[in-house]
Design a protein around this ligand. Sequence first.
Ligand SMILES: [Zn+2]
Length: 215
Amino acid sequence: MSNNSSKQALDILKEVGAITTDSHIVLTTGRHTDAYLNLDMLMPHTEESSEMGRLFAEKYRNVDIDIVAGPAVGGIILSQWVAYHLSKLKGKEILSVFAEKDLNKNQVIERGFDKFIKGKKVLVVEDFTTTGGSVKSAAQSVQAAGGNIVEICVIVNREPDRVNSQTIGMPFTSLGVLKIDSWAEEECPLCAKNIPINTELGHGKEFLAKKNKTS
Ligand SMILES: [Zn+2]
């Protein structure tokens, strides 16, 4: 069942163009890869966002949860859908709140949301995490408001070896895992095969401009 929901989550992301595969992309780091993840492509599609929220709700339908929280910005919409579907599945109102960045870029619970969180069992959700930093900060803000973290769950984890419950220091999981290989330019098998660089995604355009200048 968890494998199934993982596949469904990745299928939704492919459907809305949040996952691109079989391409040749230059990353911010300068490394090359054949796949690209852009979770921003999901939220404009309400039907698919709702469906993603339903997958989270299915995962936690038998877990004792009072309230869902996410870090602004991506986590707000997702948190709403997860709470909406959890409410339906559980037959009781599950609330949704969000954490937002303060001037020091720490996630904090504002707007009086702490009243809803205090003493409650909280599920923290986020679309995507690179280092786990923002979800961890959001979870800490929930704890500071007196909430008990049940688990942190993101849609997709790209680096389960580097981002996990141990490194976050709290129960952490994801709907799906998508490991994306990347290579230094000299070792890139796609360059070796002369596969054209994608100029729409990542930094391919800049890469090619620079390459043409130096060659
Ligand atoms: Zn390459």
